[in-house]
Design a protein around this ligand. Sequence first.
Ligand code: JFZ
Length: 430
Amino acid sequence: MVKYDRVPDTKQKWFKEAKYGLFIHWGLYALLAGEYKGVKTDHISEWIMNSLGIPVGEYEKLADEFNPVDFDADALVKMAKEKWGMKYIVFTSKHHEGFAMYKSEVSKYNVVDATPCHRDILKELADACKKYDMRLGLYYSQAQDWHDPNGYVSHANGDEAQRKDNNFKKDFQYYLDNKVKPQLKEILTGYGEISLIWFDTPMAMTKEQSQECIDLIKSIQPNCVISGRVGNQLGDYMTTGDNFLPRLPFEGDWEVPATLNDTWGFNKDDENWKNPEDILKLLIKITSRGGNYLLNIGPKASGEIPEKSVGILNEVGKYVTENADGIYGTVRGDIYPYELSWAEFTYKKNKIFVHVFEPRKRLEILNCANHVKKAYILKNDQELDFVVEPTCEGDTIVTVEIPKEWREEKYYCVCIETEEDGPVFEPLRG
Ligand code: JFZ
């Protein structure tokens, strides 16, 4: 049974209500942008060190060139908050390459000590998040570390047996105790409130090792939410596969991490951009099924955000900010028995939001038996005529009339206020 009351006030309330976040994949891989010594990777670009087998000693030298003169954390966070309508940011504090994007005392392989820019990028982002009241989460690659001799390596050259053997010979616990935990401590103590830690690819981590990471985090910031990929099903919410959307409403908190093209880190050759309409539909579908959408950008090495990403997010953001009530704080709903091409529903107590994707003369919602109090266009409160009546077959249909000036429009939202807490969908019968 679905509850349409506002979600209870738990530590994860913000996460449940957020719906839309910004993922930022940024590290030394941005300098290569998908190509090393004339060879292009056809894998996700942040994996280039691993995919092309670049030796640690060579890859490390990239740090000498990292000088992101165009990176403006303040402008980025402002844009994400005000224009894109995002409620949280997750930034790669250390990806699998092992390079820390903040000032670390644990390892000199970090953005302040190893680069000519000497800028603490995380500090810049954390300050901007504080200023614009944006929640900040941090990605931290806890299992894979291709720079540390004891970090796990996946997809390494060689056959499966060799790979397993390579990882098996490592002292992973040593790496965990001497790099991961001390670095987690740094990012959780030096940058104010960290709302979320986004772990990834746990590989062979034991239950105890996953738990050690969790215990450490909760001992420093008890309200910090932990992603599903901490391993061993111990996270605070479920993370789906990248770009994978559950078909049905899923109970509990969950999130879809997703790309705008086919890569997380910047790749100069990847032009396979999704269009804003598809992104928006995905956001509404995910929201309707109770999840969050964590959408990625991969800044260039200069710090510039790819123009295409900005364009797509601007367009999606226009809808999101204009129809905020139909997105943030909505809850997973009962399943509507029909597949519609022209609409998706989201739900709040006493409200059904109809997100309209195609031009319509009227919205016909068959087998919906709610008592309707009012219907209106969400972004301008324009009231609409409606009827609730039995069909000739004896089912119930809610019909909302769309006024002439709106009939050519698509991508707008109609709010239907109901007497019942949630939608009353009639089961289909023969
Ligand atoms: C991981 C990373 O390896 C990748 O670089 C990126 O950071 C992404 C967000 O996460 O890749 C994964 C991890 C898990 C799945 C797919 C890709 N999965 O469970 O389907």
